[in-house]
Design a protein around this ligand. Structure first.
Ligand SMILES: *Cc1c(COP(=O)(O)O)cnc(C)c1O
Length: 367
């Protein structure tokens, strides 16, 4: 079986380094908020060219705490995409605000700024663009809308560590940005983890308080907070992964280039477009085809994994029925759920296996 991603190969490639760092933490006894947590925050802030990085328990809580730190809550509207993982909208709902969806550009799956403008009301407080599959949303246009209307922009960068937009790192483009270190993300730990980055120093201190029960000083609580910390062990593991992330992202880009060349000769396959402003890091490699189901079946028959991101838009999820959206409200996002599929993409995919995947896809429509 050729799998979509290969976490075991990734682990094995750095096993001695990880074991050394984990042993060190195990022996230190410092399992919560050990020094590796602060070191990781500093390294990530430096790397993303931002003032502050605040680690938290996962990407979903990174979004939730950030919304709360920017005082977004009951009655407020937050515009986001219906074509994302549910966590983006869940965080909005968790702080009591209302997710308002705006349709996507069908060539990329990224939120369309024109559609954001159509959704603005007097209740709109924030925009959460998602850097879907590993490439940046149209941040110039989004920041301009936000500037004109006094809105907060929180980047959902959970799929895009190391991606850039006009040479600037994703994460340094909005008022704050959220990352996830779920193991399958392109920068993944060996458990859950998340990070918020921002240039607002006061928001960062608020976030540091929110993640430890609203407390600056142990057993004195300024406000009602959360228990949302990154484990020391995960921070130590992420410090190792951080040393390799550029090499891994570059390998993903090399593989994407080979796929792109190969698929030019298959008329009913169109890869997600990498925009000119973007360095896409291919967290996922997605394609569209009107014959998607044939492709997926043929891949599976040949022991090659394929998966659908995402089979159902958020406005069509049972959990969000109460918002009252209808089928047809977001034709581009809904269209993508019918045609999109992901094929194997990870830094340890061999050239031979990639050629096999390409050959199998070509068999569906012989040249
Ligand atoms: C993974 C993901 C999240 C949530 O991250 P967790 O760490 O799993 O909580 C949020 N948004 C997007 C776009 C994601 O892909």
């Amino acid at each position: 079986m050729i799998s979509l991603i290969d976490l075991q190969a990734q682990f094995c490639s750095i096993q001695p380094e990880i074991e050394k760092e984990v042993q060190y933490v195990l022996k230190s006894g410092n399992y919560i908020m050990g020094p590796q947590v602060r070191t990781l925050e500093k390294k990530i802030a430096e790397r993303l060219e931002v003032q502050e990085a605040v680690s938290v328990a996962n990407g979903t809580e990174a979004l939730t705490l950030t919304l709360e730190a920017f005082h977004i809550g009951v009655g407020d509207e937050v515009i986001t995409t219906p074509f994302t993982f549910i966590a983006t909208a869940e965080a909005i709902s968790r702080v009591g605000a209302i997710p308002v969806f705006a349709d996507v550009d069908p060539s990329t799956g990224l939120i369309d700024p024109q559609q954001i403008e159509n959704k603005l009301t007097t209740k709109t407080k924030a925009i959460i663009p998602v850097h879907l599959f590993g490439q940046a949303a149209d941040m110039d246009a989004i920041m301009e809308i936000a500037r004109q209307h006094g809105l907060v922009v929180i980047e959902d960068a959970c799929q895009a560590f190391g991606a850039t937009y006009n040479q600037k790192p994703v994460g340094a483009l909005g008022d704050a940005a959220c990352f996830s270190f779920f193991p399958t993300k392109n920068l993944g730990s060996l458990g859950d983890g998340g990070m918020i980055v921002t240039n607002h120093e006061r928001k960062a201190s608020h976030l540091r308080r929110l993640r430890v029960h609203g407390s600056d000083r142990k057993y004195y609580h300024e406000e009602i907070g959360y228990n949302s910390r990154l484990d020391t062990i995960q921070a130590a593991i992420l410090l190792v992964c951080l040393k390799h992330i550029d090499q891994w992202n570059n390998r993903r880009r090399e593989l994407a280039e080979v796929y792109l060349q190969a698929f030019q000769s298959i008329p009913d396959l169109s890869p997600i477009v990498e925009r000119e402003t973007n360095k896409h890091i291919y967290h996922l490699y997605c394609l569209n085809s009107p014959n998607r189901d044939h492709y997926v079946e043929h891949l599976k028959n040949n022991k090659i994994a394929a998966a659908i991101y995402y089979p159902v838009c958020l406005h069509q999820q049972k959990a969000y029925q109460f918002l009252g959206y209808q089928k047809g409200d977001f034709p581009h996002a809904e269209g993508l759920t019918e045609t999109i599929f992901a094929i194997p993409m990870h830094p340890f995919l061999t050239a031979d296996n990639q050629q096999k995947i390409i050959e199998v896809l070509k068999e569906v429509h012989p040249q």
